[in-house]
Design a protein around this ligand. Sequence first.
Ligand code: ADP
Ligand code: MG
Length: 417
Amino acid sequence: MTTFQSLGLADHLLQSIRDLGFEAPTPIQVSAIPVISAGDDVAGEAQTGSGKTAAFVLPILQRLCDSPPADSPRVRVLTLAPTRELALQVAGVFTSLAKRAPRPIKVLAVIGGEPIEQQISALNRGIDVVVATPGRLLDLLGREVLDLTGLQVLVLDEADKLLDLGFSEELAALFWSIPHERQTLVFSATLPQKVLDLSADVLRDPVTVRVDDAPEGPVGIHQRVIEVHQDSRRRLLQHLLGEEGWGRTLVFVATQRATELLSAKLRKAGIWAGALHGGLAQADRVAVLAEFKSGRVSVLVATDIAARGIDVPRLGAVVNFDLPRSPRDYLHRIGRTGRAGENGVAVSFIDHSSAAHFRLIEKHSQIELPRERVPGFDLSRQAPKRSKGPAPVKGKRMSKKDKLRAQAAQAAQAEEH
Ligand code: ADP
Ligand code: MG
């Protein structure tokens, strides 16, 4: 069995690893750490919760400590993350793994929603590692207060999300500001060919490191699907929360408003529920996630900002109250549970109108789940009277594709990073 020691990591890192209670490296750590240490660019793909963060943080810290301190305080490592929550989390992993470094490694999260002046003065004092969301990063670049000319390593965490359309402009501006000679690492649980093609512009002769899923899909996550009428979903959720003993539960809905409405209703029913979405003040975002992690809030109702990368240990269940937009998002959402060798359950609610979309998700994920029904939470109550064949009034009804597109647009609008 490979040990952290045999990966050639320095003693201070081995100590920090012990402090965190990690006993052995995970498969992606075993594969990626030597390649990153060798200085190669890496495209890394491994299941949600498989320890990708430490897989890049450890060799980066090793490199920072091995090379002499820069004479001028310049940022040497930049990690991008698609959401503020993830940026804070990744910065936390850098900080805790750097705790025992022979000289201090300064880490700063650069995210929106917090006073920019504080971030600027911290940068002026000298920072080694910046973990940023793209929006705030660009803001700082625009103000010419962030010197990236000494950048040695660039990491795109949840790279596919970052390279998705919304961020591509920001990224293009970033690549103007950083040295050509650098190491670039991209990581995600899902790196489809399309994304690899896009990242070909930013990677140089990358080594692809891939830890394949088991054929039956992500390990440790029991996936279920329940047929339920739209209007009965909340009652069913309450029923399941009472019956199933899931413990901490993350519920995904499609809009910011729905997070507020549903969590308020759950609270009325005596359930400790909170809402997380991009429309909240940053302090509230941080607070509710902290309460959820500490167990003070047992149900978190969130938009897709919580779908990527967020690590909540002992998260018992993920519920897709509304289905995700894409099969890829499905994998990321359910991957919030069943992390680091734990077990979890992922439940999706479907009805007549979302059944076809869920079949698409199943097809892409190469799964086929039995449809469940829960007595008392009827689906058939208002089954659509639909005849076979095409839509009855041509041109008036939205096609399935249009509907999905409209849903996606709506959800995207509700999102904010
Ligand atoms: P990913 O980015 O692959 O989704 P994370 O890096 O967030 O996963 O790690 C998931 C969880 O696994 C975290 O709680 C992390 O502390 C833990 N972890 C990482 N590496 C190890 C290890 N070698 N042994 C035990 N736990 C680990
Ligand atoms: Mg991650």
